[in-house]
Write a protein that binds this ligand. Structure first.
Ligand code: SF4
Length: 214
């Protein structure tokens, strides 16, 4: 069956590469994308992790929800949501031949395929670094200390919990800052990789829970 066609002759369901999706943010990674990271085609300094339990906008459900696993994403350009690989001048993707799965299937004129794969087989930090002894231990320790489930529990609406939060949260924020500093200073790891290794700084992400870093 031929797809319907617009006046210009372009099937109404085809992606016309207008760049609007790329300006709204980069894709999340799935198992199929692993080799892009393993082979260094997409460097981890261009990635960040939404950690398990963090509040994130679900593009299919259209609301903010706590994530049930890591979501690894391509960063936005400074001060904008636009994917770091989007070239504004040429209105094109700098890594088009190697763009991740979500970019290949996303078509804003027919979203069935992206909806089907959106939450399936997400790539996690454990998939990528679970066998790197030392580094993985640090990531697990950070995940345990700066756990979003714990933060959500602390912020539940009771005076006692707020008192707990006033003691525990500054400690978590300190830990989150220090582990990033420690790793970059001692190991020489590029500071731009820390949003991938430990997620975005807690000072930014806890705002979604109604907390302000003072
Ligand atoms: S990787 Fe390329 S296609 Fe995908 S969002 Fe970024 S610029 Fe767009």
């Amino acid at each position: 069956m031929n797809p319907e066609q617009s006046a210009s002759g372009i099937p109404t369901s085809d992606c016309i590469r207008c760049g609007i999706c790329c300006k709204k943010g980069g894709p999340s990674f799935h198992h199929e994308d692993r080799m892009l990271i393993d082979k260094g085609i997409i460097l981890s300094k261009y990635l960040y992790t939404i950690r398990k339990g963090e509040l994130a906008y679900d593009n299919v459900k259209g609301c903010l929800l706590p994530t049930d696993s890591d979501i690894i994403k391509i960063k936005g350009r400074k001060g904008s949501w636009a994917c770091v690989f989007f070239d504004e001048n040429k209105n094109s993707c700098r890594i088009y031949e190697n763009r991740p799965l979500e970019c290949r299937v996303l078509n804003c004129r027919d979203t069935r395929e992206i909806e089907r794969i959106y939450a399936e087989k997400r790539l996690t930090r454990k998939d990528l670094m679970g066998n790197i002894k030392g580094l993985w231990d640090l990531i697990e320790a950070h995940q345990s200390q700066c756990n979003y489930g714990k933060i959500r529990h602390l912020m539940k609406d009771s005076e006692d919990k707020k008192n707990d939060a006033s003691e525990s949260l500054p400690e978590m924020l300190r830990y989150d800052r220090q582990i990033r500093l420690l790793l970059t200073e001692k190991s020489g790891i590029d500071p731009e990789m820390t949003d991938f290794l430990f997620g975005r700084p807690l000072t930014e992400t806890i705002r979604a829970f109604g907390v302000r870093d003072s």
